[in-house]
Design a protein around this ligand. Structure first.
Ligand SMILES: *[C@@H]1O[C@H](CO)[C@@H](O)[C@H](O)[C@H]1NC(C)=O
Ligand SMILES: *[C@@H]1O[C@H](CO)[C@@H](O)[C@H](O)[C@H]1NC(C)=O
Ligand SMILES: *[C@@H]1O[C@H](CO)[C@@H](O)[C@H](O)[C@H]1NC(C)=O
Ligand SMILES: *[C@@H]1O[C@H](CO)[C@@H](O)[C@H](O)[C@H]1NC(C)=O
Ligand SMILES: *[C@@H]1O[C@H](CO)[C@@H](O)[C@H](O)[C@H]1NC(C)=O
Ligand SMILES: *[C@@H]1O[C@H](CO)[C@@H](O)[C@H](O)[C@H]1NC(C)=O
Ligand SMILES: *[C@@H]1O[C@H](CO)[C@@H](O)[C@H](O)[C@H]1NC(C)=O
Length: 662
């Protein structure tokens, strides 16, 4: 209101020809700090008609209270204006005592995807943001202190009559020298004196506090949340791990759906401390070394997808000059006046504003421009092998869920992994059979290792049951399981075509340590489920103990000399040829090791032929009626038919086109 009044006032002064008066007014405004800057300020609440602003960010780790810098920053955001709501994306729900402190304007959202190390995915965050009802979305790092000029800049942008994306870089400050006064909603110095707005702005202009890091810390804000920021699909960038700021600005510019501008000189924000601080808070020092690949992964994604870094450009800047907001183009000469909704300014005013701009040293966003074809990112190397992954992913029973897949099954593997995430089974691990799969899965944030002994040529469509390829691949499986058992971890091996309805681990543990529990492949309803060669080696639970290790070792040896897949080796070794070691209708006992094999109840662990489940209209409902734990998508020939069946029946959890779990 005040601003508009002032603008109107100035206009009438100019139009009446009091040029000198106006000029001198300009002069005093520019040359001496505005008197308002010397008044101690507090964050204030304001009018109801203002746009609703939602700030989206994330908090890491399970202990939010420890992240003092982020908490400090969040307090300052809430105090900016009653227009502001905050959405925190987190993996672990914070205690209610934590959320109570912030009241109803802080929302917790734990529905987005994270990597196995707990790093959130940006594409998942942005997809989620589209669902929120707000006039303006702001995305920024949690350790950022904001000043009230953010609100006035956003209020101004809200007046624009087109869709926009605002970017603004933050000033890096290793230690913020002020304390937050909870009751008064302002910052205090050590002496207890209230901090002036001007002092904070002066702090921002000190070059020495600029970050040396090549990736700037950036605030992004945009209107019309339902409209994506750019055309095309966002690759699975990791949040706060570099590259994507530049990428999004590029894509948004080339897409032309939104007016993209730089508001760095109109929005004051401080980035408190750097990412290293965050890792140092972790109680595990070795974790520090394990993060570099995340940045490299993002730069690979940036190179692979989109039009990243094709040519250099400067964004139009939003400047505030003598209380008037305006857009200035790259050259600093031509002025794109942003008079909202159909007003216009006279020639003299333009002149004056030119003068004003040429005297204003404005900060601007520094985008690191790298030519797409020149800068080859360093090779993506995952700092983990199977030995170092196991302690990271295993649950407290030292149990992991293992899957093994090659490139042609990568989408099915993703669907499987998404399903386990959904069921909150985080302790899974993937063995990749080839380099392509390995690299693909690293970029999807999955805990993956590569089997160096795997047969190399397996990425083709017809690696189905009974084929030569299938035989070779399955032998990798038992060898890998044996290796992990020997490292002291229990393994639930689950093929990627096993759809999980519930977590079977508590039940599988209940059979006791020297029992190997396996799915039965028997389809005939009237015969025992432990009939010869009916052990399905695509879903079994083996525990790390002497008898089990000895027995699996025998299976691996048997398979190595057999011309068949490993499935018959499992049966013939553990249940005897022709079923010589069978016990009752659903067990075998291997005499040398005394290992018991328990065939799992087919009602709870149906194979793909059992009860014609896959032929039912609503497979999910049928299985849920039976309280199934899993359903195997086997007894079908051909990769495409298998994929199609699972998708058609709605047992599919991965959107390959969006590269996201659904
Ligand atoms: C930035 O880097 C330069 C040289 O690389 C160094 O002299 C300077 O101290 C660094 N500044 C900060 C704030 O780290
Ligand atoms: C983080 O820890 C490492 C090693 O302990 C140390 O060298 C580094 O200075 C620390 N960084 C910060 C920002 O505290
Ligand atoms: C840190 O990680 C290492 C290896 O991953 C592990 O051996 C160690 O127990 C971990 N320490 C803590 C405190 O979690
Ligand atoms: C891989 O296997 C496919 C299908 O059997 C075959 O056409 C191709 O030549 C093989 N490639 C290599 C390098 O062995
Ligand atoms: C861990 O093992 C115990 C005892 O064997 C079992 O009761 C529990 O369900 C297991 N936990 C999980 C998550 O599997
Ligand atoms: C199931 O087994 C019984 C007994 O061996 C046999 O008579 C019947 O034909 C079998 N059914 C099918 C569908 O194979
Ligand atoms: C297996 O069990 C039998 C009978 O209980 C026993 O005699 C034999 O020593 C056991 N073998 C092993 C390897 O524990």
């Amino acid at each position: 209101m005040k601003l508009k009044g002032l603008r109107a006032g100035l206009l009438s002064v100019w139009l009446s020809g009091f040029l000198l008066i106006a000029l001198s007014f300009y002069g005093t405004q520019l040359l001496s700090p505005s008197s308002s800057l010397n008044v101690p300020f507090r964050y204030s609440s304001d009018s109801i008609t203002a746009p609703r602003i939602t700030i989206f960010t994330t908090l890491y780790g399970s202990s939010f209270e420890e992240n003092t810098q982020a908490l400090l920053a969040i307090r300052s955001w809430l105090a900016l204006s009653s227009q502001i709501t905050i959405v925190l994306f987190t993996q672990h729900n914070p205690s209610s005592s934590f959320t109570d402190k912030f009241g109803s304007r802080l929302l917790i959202d734990s529905t987005i995807d994270f990597t196995f190390l707990g790093t959130p995915f940006l594409h998942s965050m942005l997809a989620r943001i589209e669902a929120y009802k707000s006039d303006i979305a702001v995305l920024m790092d949690p350790e950022t202190v904001l000043l009230p000029d953010l609100i006035s800049a956003l209020n101004h942008a809200h007046e624009l009559d087109r869709d926009w994306l605002l970017v603004s870089s933050s000033v890096y400050i290793p230690r913020f020298p002020f304390h937050w006064d909870e009751s008064g909603h302002f910052w205090r110095q050590d002496s207890g004196k209230r901090v002036r707005f001007g002092e904070l702005q002066k702090m921002m202009s000190l070059r020495s506090w600029q970050s040396n890091s090549s990736e700037c810390k950036m605030i992004m804000a945009w209107n019309n949340l339902e409209l994506p920021l750019h055309c095309g699909v966002l690759p699975p960038f990791l949040y706060q791990r570099g590259t994507y700021n530049q990428w999004i600005v590029n894509e948004a510019m080339s897409c032309k759906r939104r007016f993209v501008f730089d508001a760095t000189s109109t929005i004051s924000s401080f980035f408190l401390g750097n990412a290293e601080n965050m890792y140092n808070r972790s109680d595990n020092v070795s974790e520090l070394k394990t993060r570099n690949w995340e940045y490299i992964g993002n730069s690979h994604l940036g190179q692979l997808y989109g039009s990243l870094l094709s040519k250099s450009y400067t964004l139009p800047k939003l400047l505030k000059c003598n209380k008037r907001y305006m857009f200035v183009s790259a050259s600093d000469r031509s002025i794109d006046l942003s008079i909202p909704k159909g007003k216009s300014l006279g020639f003299r005013t333009r002149e004056k504003i030119s003068a004003c701009i040429s005297r204003t040293k404005s900060r601007s966003l520094k985008l690191v421009l790298v030519q797409k074809d020149k800068a080859v990112p360093p090779p993506l190397k995952f700092p983990f092998d199977v030995e170092s992954l196991l302690p990271l992913v295993a649950d407290k029973n030292r149990t992991i869920v293992l899957s093994i897949a090659g490139y042609s099954y990568k989408d099915m593997l993703m669907s499987w992994a998404c399903r386990l995430r959904r069921l909150e089974v985080p302790n899974f691990l993937v063995c990749a059979l080839d380099d392509e799969t390995y690299r693909f899965l690293i970029l999807q944030g999955l805990p993956v290792f590569i089997d160096p002994y795997a047969p190399k040529n397996i990425s083709f469509n017809d690696c189905h049951f009974g084929s030569k390829c299938f035989q070779r691949v399955t032998k990798v499986k038992s060898r890998t399981v044996l290796k992990i058992l020997k490292l002291g971890y229990n393994v639930l091996l689950s093929d990627v075509d096993v759809y999980w309805f519930r977590n079977p681990l508590p039940l599988l543990h209940s059979f006791g340590p020297s029992v190997l529990a396996a799915q039965s492949d028997e389809y005939n309803l009237t015969v025992p489920i432990n009939r010869p060669r009916r052990l399905n080696s695509g879903f079994y639970f083996a525990q790390s103990n002497g008898p089990t290790i000895a027995a699996i070792e025998k299976v691996v040896k048997h398979a190595a000399t057999s011309g068949l897949s490993e499935q018959p080796s499992f049966y013939d070794t553990l249940c005897g040829e022709g079923g010589a070691y069978r016990l009752g209708d659903d067990k075998c006992v291997e005499p040398e090791t005394n290992l018991t094999v328990q065939f799992l109840d087919r009602e709870l662990f149906p194979n793909g032929a059992y009860g014609d489940l896959w032929l039912k209209n609503d497979v999910r409902a049928e299985c849920e009626k039976k309280h199934c734990f899993v359903l195997h998508n086997n007894w079908i020939s051909g990769r495409l038919k298998k994929l199609e069946r699972q998708m058609m029946k709605g047992l599919w959890q991965y959107d390959a086109s969006m590269r996201m779990c659904v």
